[in-house]
Each structure stands twice: as C-alpha cells, then as structure tokens.
Design a protein around this ligand. Structure first.
Ligand code: EPS
Length: 392
C-alpha cells in the first residue's frame, strides 16, 4: 500500500515527500518527475511565484541505479524563494521584529487555522496551507502514474469549465484524442489551459485577462478520466475501502476543491432510476458491457471496467489583489485583506495535480487486489486476474 506524507512551508527551505510502499524494480526517470513538476507550474493565469521557482526533484532515498528498491522513496524540492524569506522564515529565533500577518483571507485557512493552533501571526497557517505543498504531493502521484502505465492504465486531468465557460466537447473522446486537442490549442493560442474546446479558448483568455486587470480570481471545473482500469478494484464490504470514497477524499484534500462527483454526479437528481442506471449486456466478444457510463466507472465502491469519470470544482483562489472585507485579529477592526501576490486562475494546475492524486488511489486499489510489492510478480498476478475477468 502506498502511503505518503508531505512537509514544508511555502517560503521555507523546501518541500519534502516520503512515499512508502512503492513496489520494487520500477524504473524511475528523474526527468519524468521534473516534467510533472513543470506541468504543475504552468497554466494561463498563474502568478509571479512560478517565475521564481523552477521546481526540480532531489531524490534522497528509495531508488538505486534508476529503479525503486522497495524502501521508502523520499524527495526534496527546493524553494528558490526562500532566499528572500530567510529571516522571516528563520528556524532559529532572530533579534529583529517581522511583520505579522493579521488579516485573514476569507476562503483561506488563515482564520480557522489560527484559532485551531492559537497562532497570533497567521503566517504560521498560510505557509503550510498554501497550494505550494502540492509540488511535493504530486511526486507521490507521478510515481504511481509511472507504475500504472506498466499495467496499461492511463489517467488524464484536464479542464472543462473556467469561470462558467463550459465545454462537453470531450465527451466520448479518449485520452489520446483529448491530449491532441489540448496540445494543438496550446500551439495555436500560446497559452496552456488544458481545455479541449478551441472555440471557447479566446473567451476564457479574455475572462482571465479581465480578472487580472480587476485584481480578481477565477475558478472552474476539472475532469479526471482513467482508462484501462479493470473491473473489481476497490471494495463494497466496508465504508473505508470504497474506491470512490478514497478518490473523493484525496481530491477534496486538494487546496481550493469544493466538490467532487462521479459520472452523472449531481445530475442523478434529475432522472428516474430507469433512465439513469447503466443497463448490463453480454456478448462473447466483449464480455459484460454497458451502452452508457453514468456511474463513471464505479458501482458500490468497486470499478466496473468502464472509464472512470470524475469532476471536481475549483473555487476562485482567496488571495485577491483587490482585497475582501475581513477583520484585523489584533485590533479587531474592519480591514481589507492585504495582497502580497497571487494566481488569478489555478484551474489548469489543479487538473494536473488531481490527475496524479487519482493515480495514487487507483494504484492502491490495484496493489491491494494483486497483492504484491515487486513489479514482475505484480504483472504475473495481473495477467492471471485478467484471465479471471475474461472467464467470469
Ligand atoms: C503556489 C505557490 C504560492 C501561491 C499559490 C500556489 O506562492 P506565493 O504564496 O509565494 O505566491 O502562488 O498558493 C496558493 C494558491 C495559496 O492559496 O496559498 C504553488 O506553487 O502552487
């Protein structure tokens, strides 16, 4: 089972992730991990911080001669910005006063986190609550994605709505086709939105530019799809073993996510059961199959062999240049939030992170099912499981 923990502050020395339970004999190319980090940093509407950072992994353990050895993998990612924050983020006491962060941003963890840990300088909260932490977390997912590729399981996260400009052009397309659209548009518009509908991209760019000018922020909806996932992963027998529950928790823990749905999701409310459930058919060639996939590939917490389809809503981030009404926690006086710097739109970045988080949960379900911690043995067991599916 993959377990992982991250540590590190946004403007501290750097971020660390320890990933426990990675199977042995998996080839890991540092360049692939660095590529994921660079994807996370992209997206039209990102802020100034991404110009300072050039995230790179420093692998500290668990890999030898380019392959995992079954020991915990630990990775460090340096914060370049630390140079500008050395005294304000000093680990040892210093003899000078530093500005305290006293005006909590609505929507951020500032106020609730301050109350929880009894911090009077809310910097202690925001440094850890920041989405910078995802640079470390995404590495756990990237390693899982590399593992899943060995089993022909592919996952893609992309964007289907920014600031209300929505598309369903992706429906029915497979991962390769969506990637092609996204790549073509990147070339055409010279912006990276991970949004597959070229007709609507100019409107989105306009919206982001206008939010930038106004000092505001924008949210949206991301979609994560997984292809090649066999039926039978996950479990219905206990609440904490359900795969959709695990994926939802993982995604809800991603900064700025406020809702997650599978398949038809919230629109299930609008249909009667006879119209929305995916009727089951059988043919000798295909085995069991469905003509629809409203369940989004998971029934009863267990995969059913269809494409896994997940959507999650990303709120507009809570650091606004124009400020929002708040209260100074020292004076208790009405105040506007203070602006240091921020992103305008993090929806594309969220889709990259989400793709990798989903990979972790699918990996765990797969590893639990085929019960091995060595790649070759896992593959052997997987073959026999695929045979079982064909014969069922
Ligand atoms: C982020 C780094 C942060 C923010 C953002 C994401 O850097 P800084 O605070 O120095 O600008 O840009 O963090 C937040 C959205 C947040 O709410 O704190 C990153 O690397 O992803």
């Amino acid at each position: 089972m993959i377990r992982y923990l991250t540590a590190g502050e946004s403007h501290g020395k750097g971020l660390t992730v320890i990933i426990d339970g990675v199977p042995s004999n998996l080839k890991i190319d540092e360049r692939e991990l660095n590529f994921i980090l660079s994807e996370r940093q992209k997206g039209y509407g990102r802020g100034g911080r991404q110009k300072i950072e050039n995230d790179r992994v420093e692998i500290l353990s668990g890999i030898r001669f380019g392959k995992t050895i079954g020991s915990p993998v630990s990775v460090f990612i340096k914060n370049n910005d630390y140079e500008n924050w050395k005294s304000r983020m000093s680990i040892t006491p210093i003899n000078q006063s530093v500005d305290e962060f006293l005006i909590p941003r609505p929507g951020h963890a500032d106020l609730s986190g301050g109350i929880r840990f009894n911090h009077r300088d809310l910097r202690n909260v925001l440094e850890r609550a920041s989405a910078r932490e995802t640079a470390a977390r995404i590495i756990a997912g990237a390693i899982c994605k590399i593992l899943l590729k060995e089993f022909n399981i592919e996952i893609l996260g992309y964007v289907v709505n920014i600031a209300g400009i929505a598309t369903d052009i992706d429906e029915g397309l497979d991962i390769k086709e969506i990637i092609k659209k996204v790549e073509d548009d990147k070339e055409k518009f010279k912006v990276d939105l991970r949004y597959p509908d070229s007709k609507k991209i100019p409107h989105i760019i306009k919206k982001i530019n206008s939010a930038m000018k106004k000092g505001d922020t924008l949210g949206g909806i991301i979609k994560i799809i997984a292809e090649g996932v066999p039926p039978g992963l996950g479990d219905y027998t206990q609440w904490d073993r359900k795969l959709d529950g695990k994926i939802a928790m993982s995604l809800m823990s991603l900064q700025s996510i406020k809702g997650v749905e599978f398949g038809a999701g919230f629109s299930y409310a609008n249909y009667s059961g006879s119209l929305i459930h995916d009727a089951i058919y059988y043919s000798k060639n295909k085995g069991y199959y469905r003509k629809t996939n409203n369940a989004g590939g998971i029934e009863g917490g267990v995969t059913n062999g269809n494409k896994i389809i997940i959507r999650a809503v990303v709120k507009p981030i809570s650091t606004l240049r124009k400020g929002i009404d708040s209260v100074n926690i020292k004076t208790k006086l009405k105040s506007r939030t203070v602006y240091e710097r921020s992103d305008v739109c993090v929806v594309p970045a969220a889709s990259v992170i989400a793709e990798n988080l989903v990979a972790i949960e699918i990996t765990n379900a797969l590893m639990e099912h085929i019960g091995c911690v060595e790649l070759g043995l896992m593959k052997k067991n997987y073959k026999s499981y695929l045979r079982h599916i064909r014969n069922y």
